[in-house]
Design a protein around this ligand. Structure first.
Ligand code: 4AD
Ligand code: MG
Length: 470
């Protein structure tokens, strides 16, 4: 079954050439004069190929008449310049074969625009829509750009474990991994007897690959991970998923300044890449989803990112007249309304906040001389808030040990992490980029559930629970 992808047919200059395409009918229209227009899409690009099928075709009645929106077909035909508006070329069918019929009475995707809420209930069909096809292609392009960026800079791609025994963020928001029979949990006194579990100890899905990335950075220099991470936080917001993808570079011999520089270069590279490689899909998002996305990406490639301290950020927020839902006070974590205010109202662009109070950041961040703040950095963007969180890491053994005790972690569980500070410790830094938040920012889609193929959120495991939401 040789076929030419529709993207290549549409770009072809071989007028009069013969091509075979395969795809799904988006719409069919019967015209006066004895022929039908079929708009065919195969996912290789946003655009459809217009196929002209004349009634004189041998199987017009048995095939063309029967195929409707959703049907899969194979067409062999001759490429011609299109006299109609909206396309340069069209395919004049010589042969049409129905590969898979779709019943127009029950096919859930009709010509009209469906709501994103409805489309979430049919995750098995939504990639056949313009929006979800475009999201899939942009995700693919950004993934490629991520690897290109780091590979060009000599970073090593590291595969960190999905099943883990430690809590990187120390926040306790982890999914347990177990083979114990939940109906008959073995106990030792009041406690679960994990010695009878698969690993012999409690295990969970990783919330971040950072701690393992540090191990490799402290041996190989510059590394990065790009993999799935899991958080059992009960946040039902448009920016939280229980399963999301994270990109985590980690660099030895690098301080917070170097970390910031890398984050800025990284984001600019990705935005420029998307503008160059996803022109058609980005034009679509700009037209139908958010009319500012193209301009925003263009600006960001050129613009500097504002860097200020958490303390300066709190000052600006306290002085503002904005009626925030959550109070602003030094020492309190910033809510996304605060982050967005700084980006959207104060600076009109992305903001990098550094030096957060130690109480609201993870144990591994490097302590500043003031003893109150740590060398953290969050990259905040308009409409979303935080897309990157990172820091310079605490490289002093005793300070790190003190921070673990302060934050209630058992140093015995992290003996290997402490070892790294005993044997050849060096300044090192890294960050984590939330891949879906980045895709949200790029596409302008307001709900994170619409930028990942199969979103997992509290109470929603896709097909198992999806239809109840209809
Ligand atoms: O700020 P976070 O929690 O940082 C870390 O996990 C560090 N270990 C990263 C590092 O330094 N290597 O998460 C990093 C990013 C956030 O900025 C956000 O973009 C994204 O991950 N993120 C989420 N995205 C979707 N759903 C969630 N529930 C997310 N939680 C964090
Ligand atoms: Mg964070």
């Amino acid at each position: 079954m040789t076929r030419t992808r529709i993207v290549h047919v549409l770009e072809s200059t071989q007028i009069g050439g013969r091509f075979t395409v395969m795809g799904w009918v988006r719409t069919k229209r019967d015209a006066k004069g004895g022929f039908s227009f079929l708009e065919v899409n195969d996912g290789s690009c946003l655009r459809n190929l217009q196929v002209i099928a004349e009634q004189t075709l041998e199987n017009y009645d048995t095939v063309v008449r029967k195929c409707h929106t959703g049907s899969a077909i194979r067409v062999t035909g001759v490429l011609a310049e299109s006299p109609g508006k909206g396309q340069r070329v069209e395919l004049h069918a010589e042969e049409v074969e129905l590969l898979g019929w779709a019943d127009p009475e029950t096919y859930p995707l009709q010509k009209k625009r469906h709501s994103f809420e409805f489309l979430r209930t049919i995750a098995h069909l939504r990639p056949r829509t313009n929006t979800f096809g475009a999201v899939a292609r942009v995700r693919n392009a950004v993934s490629r750009a991520i690897h290109e960026f780091f590979q060009e800079r000599g970073f090593l791609y590291l595969h960190t474990p999905i099943i883990s025994g430690s809590d990187c963020e120390g926040a306790g928001e982890m999914f347990r991994v177990t083979t114990l029979d939940l109906g008959r949990i073995p106990k030792k006194g009041d406690e679960v007897d994990f010695s009878r579990d698969f690993f012999g100890v409690p295990a969970n899905l990783t919330v971040s690959g950072q701690l393992e990335a540090e191990i490799y950075a402290l041996a190989l220099g510059d590394v990065y991970t790009f993999g799935p991470t899991f958080r059992a936080e009960n946040s039902n917001t448009a920016r939280h998923l229980a399963e999301f993808w994270m990109v985590e570079p980690e660099m030895a011999f690098c301080d917070l300044g170097g970390n910031i520089d890398l984050a800025v270069a990284f984001l600019k590279f990705i935005f420029a890449y998307v503008l160059e490689h996803c022109e058609e899909d980005m034009a679509f998002f700009n037209r139908f989803i958010d009319p500012t996305v193209l301009q925003t990406l263009d600006d960001l490639v050129a613009q500097d990112f504002e860097v200020l301290s958490y303390t300066e950020g709190i000052d600006l927020l306290s002085k503002s007249k904005e009626p925030f839902e959550f109070p602003v006070a030094w020492g309190a974590d910033l809510q996304s309304e605060h982050e967005r205010y700084l980006c959207e109202k104060v600076f009109g662009g992305p903001v990098i906040l550094v030096d957060y109070p130690k109480e609201i950041k993870a144990f591994y961040m490097k302590m500043n001389e003031d003893g109150k703040t740590v060398r953290a950095m969050d990259v905040l963007v308009p409409k979303i808030g935080e897309i990157i969180g990172g820091s310079q890491r605490e490289d002093d053994h005793d300070t790190l040990l003190g921070r673990m005790r302060e934050t209630g972690l058992d140093p015995a569980d992290y003996w290997w992490y402490l070892d790294l500070r005993k044997y050849g410790s060096v300044p090192h830094s890294g960050f984590g980029l939330g891949f879906e938040r980045l895709i949200q920012f790029i596409t302008g889609l307001s709900n994170i559930r619409d930028v990942i193929p199969f979103p997992r959120t509290p109470g929603n495991l896709g097909f198992r629970t999806g239809p109840q939401e209809r």
